[in-house]
Write a protein that binds this ligand. Structure first.
Ligand SMILES: [Zn+2]
Length: 215
């Protein structure tokens, strides 16, 4: 298995329906990317939680998950669980993000995610980002929608541990949820690590990827 290298990544966009989705789905990858590339531009768009304690949590968390990055965070106020009823606002937000950045890489939800907000946002992403590599993250949940991903970012053990610590530290509003614990996060990372011959990993679904075999 070869690791595809991506030396030219200078801009990343990260999209989520809810506060904490990005940290859970791609926190280790964001840590890896931002630690290796000081000053990388990260535009984060979160559709819900704006104006609440969850926005404060999200802003502080993303600062921690994107150390040294040129980070720009937008947290909107769409109601949790109601994205289909707010389709136009969500679409406008994704288009507005697209007008501000031309990312080399996107982190976004997966189009087959069982949560309708995640799924809805996933379906909007390619309507605005027409020629971009989108890594669709996975979020473990009661609905049981984990599938076989195709792309892996191995995580160094200290990065995997840091991800779990930051998740515990920055989202006190979520700690009471029965699934929100160290075992769940590190366990999935360990399983994804097994699947790519690493100790830990985050995994992504990719709908489309072009190669450049000349270089
Ligand atoms: Zn979510």
């Amino acid at each position: 298995m070869i690791g595809l290298r991506s030396p030219g990544i200078a801009r990343v966009a990260a999209l989520a329906a809810h506060c904490d989705d990005l940290a859970i789905g791609a926190g280790g990858s964001l840590l890896t990317l931002c630690t290796a590339r000081p000053g990388i531009r990260v535009d984060a768009l979160v559709l819900s939680g704006g104006g609440t304690e969850r926005e404060d949590e999200e802003r502080a968390a993303l600062e921690a998950f994107c150390p040294g990055a040129d980070l720009r965070v937008t947290v909107l106020k769409l109601p949790d669980g109601r994205l289909p009823a707010h389709w136009d606002e969500a679409k406008a937000a994704v288009e507005e993000l697209r007008s501000r950045t031309d990312p080399d890489l996107l982190f976004a939800p997966w189009s087959k995610d069982a949560h309708q907000d995640h799924r809805g946002l996933a379906k909007l992403v390619p309507t605005a980002f027409r020629n971009h590599l989108a890594l669709s993250y996975e979020i473990v949940k009661w609905d049981g929608d984990l599938a076989a991903p195709s792309v892996y970012q191995p995580l160094a053990p200290d990065i995997a541990e840091a991800k779990v610590s930051l998740l515990q530290e920055h989202y006190p509003s979520q700690r009471s949820k029965p699934w929100y614990d160290r075992e769940a996060f590190l366990g999935l990372a360990r399983i994804r690590g097994i699947e790519c011959h690493a100790r830990y990993a985050e995994a992504f679904h990719v709908n489309k990827l072009t190669l450049d075999l000349e270089n």
